[in-house]
Ligand binder design. Structure first.
Ligand SMILES: NC(=O)c1ccc[n+]([C@@H]2O[C@H](COP(=O)([O-])OP(=O)(O)OC[C@H]3O[C@@H](n4cnc5c(N)ncnc54)[C@H](O)[C@@H]3O)[C@@H](O)[C@H]2O)c1
Length: 404
């Protein structure tokens, strides 16, 4: 680890700076000329970054990382005592939901508690993680009760995972602060990397972020339910989808059906449901549809085939296309369901490096009786999969023997 003296020279600290949100933000500020303290409890990730590699796919990130290291713009720390005592501090740690699908405020509290002895009153403290509405106000009161006086802001991240480097350059930044001074300081900080700032109050910013994600999740659920309705009626949804959208501007935004998964969309929809006292019927319905899609596929296959005699191959174990992240991937939910139905389940993914059960694509195609496209990675698009029956709910593959 670097010395305390070295960390003191940072212009800005990003807590959780080795995470999926943290890294693109670190790179954006470094590119804008900041010397960034990349602070993360995960030392392995810091070592990977220090060696010039990204710990996961972040398109366009490697060149920026190389440049930031070359220009000595990054400082790596893993304990709060090492962090820079000056400059803004941006918190980008994970904010999970618990087994009751409720937010876990304690992770924010624990993180702030650990940082507090090493922060100086007057510093700008920015919450960037997605939080339950009211968290910023709560933190403001919590800090005041401890006799501390920071400029506290909430500026949510809205990038799409894997494309943060590009999206930080294109996406307006939502800025809020608990005081005008906090708001101004946050606006000044983000104006150095952002195309546009949208100024709102903390509670508005918290809701805007959750509404963005819940809306996307509901859109996916709409598409998935349309798919299921068409299929139950014995129709090929691809034809209906094309008819709905072709040169019809109002339908252009309807997504394709598919596995709506990953660490954010369901979690944030459930945070919103918890905030709405579980009176968020659209959000809860979206969860049932999106999570239910994989079970619907299994049920359909079970009716059509004697799965107990078949080997099923799953293509793409990441939670979405062209990334290597398996967090909350529905590919694993369908794998689990099929393990009790099929003779064998084989899995493959060109990007995922964390799953020892993955096999090469050729082997999965060769040994499987039936294939399911779980993540529509671009490399699969034009393959012919040896004519094996293929489930492609996405309507993505061009040369496969698609059965549904
Ligand atoms: N992943 C996305 O695409 C995305 C997009 C927008 C918003 N968000 C939100 O951003 C937040 C972070 O998500 P993520 O996907 O980057 O999570 P992540 O797990 O990839 O990254 C979080 C990082 O924080 C580190 N960390 C945790 N506790 C820490 C602590 N006390 N001190 C220092 N480091 C700590 C972890 O080691 C990890 O590297 C969440 O609130 C998420 O909902 C995520």
């Amino acid at each position: 680890m670097v010395t305390v003296a070295a960390a003191k020279t940072a212009d800005l600290t990003i807590v959780g700076g080795g995470g999926h949100v943290g890294i693109p933000l670190v790179l954006a500020f470094a590119e804008a000329g900041f010397r960034v303290n990349v602070h993360d409890v995960n030392r392995e990730v810091l070592a990977t970054l220090r060696s010039g590699r990204l710990p996961f796919i972040e398109h366009g990130g490697e060149d920026l990382l190389a440049r930031a290291l070359k220009e000595d713009r990054l400082i790596f720390t893993s304990t709060p005592a090492e962090i820079s005592p000056e400059g803004p501090v941006i918190i980008t740690i994970g904010t999970p939901i618990d087994e009751f699908l409720n937010p876990v405020r304690k992770v924010v509290q624990d993180c702030v508690d650990a940082l507090l002895p090493h922060l100086v009153d007057g510093q700008l403290l920015v919450l960037r993680s997605t939080v339950f509405p009211g968290t910023t106000e709560w933190l403001d009161g919590y800090l005041k009760r401890k006799g501390r006086d920071f400029k506290l802001a909430f500026c949510p991240e809205r990038m799409v995972q894997g494309h943060g480097v590009r999206e930080l350059k294109e996406t307006p930044q939502i800025i809020s602060g608990t005081t005008p001074a906090a708001e101004d300081a946050a606006a000044k900080l983000f104006s150095s990397i952002a195309v546009e700032l949208v100024m709102v109050k903390p509670r508005e910013a918290e809701l805007a972020k959750l509404f963005n994600n819940a809306y996307r999740y509901i859109e996916f659920a709409t598409a998935n339910q349309f798919y299921q309705i068409a299929k139950s009626a014995g129709l090929d949804y691809r034809r209906v989808y094309d008819a709905m959208r072709r040169n019809y501007p109002r339908a252009r935004g309807i997504p394709s059906p598919g596995f709506a998964a990953g660490p954010c969309l369901m979690k944030d929809t459930m945070q919103l449901a918890a905030f709405a006292q579980n009176q968020f019927s659209l959000g809860n319905a979206a969860m049932l549809v999106n999570e239910g899609l994989v079970l619907h596929i299994c049920d359909d296959l079970r009716r059509r085939y004697d799965l107990s005699r078949m080997t099923v191959g799953l293509l793409g174990m990441a939670f979405k296309a062209d990334i290597d992240d398996t967090r909350a991937s529905l590919s694993y939910k369908i794998k689990k369901a099929l393990l009790s139905l099929a003779d064998a389940v084989l899995t493959t993914d060109p990007f995922v490096t964390t799953d020892p059960e993955l096999l090469p694509l050729d082997e999965v195609i060769g040994r499987s009786d039936l294939l399911i496209l779980c993540a529509p990675h671009a490399v699969y698009r034009e393959l012919d999969f040896a004519g094996k029956p293929m489930v492609d709910v996405w309507g993505f593959l061009q040369n496969a023997n698609v059965i549904s």
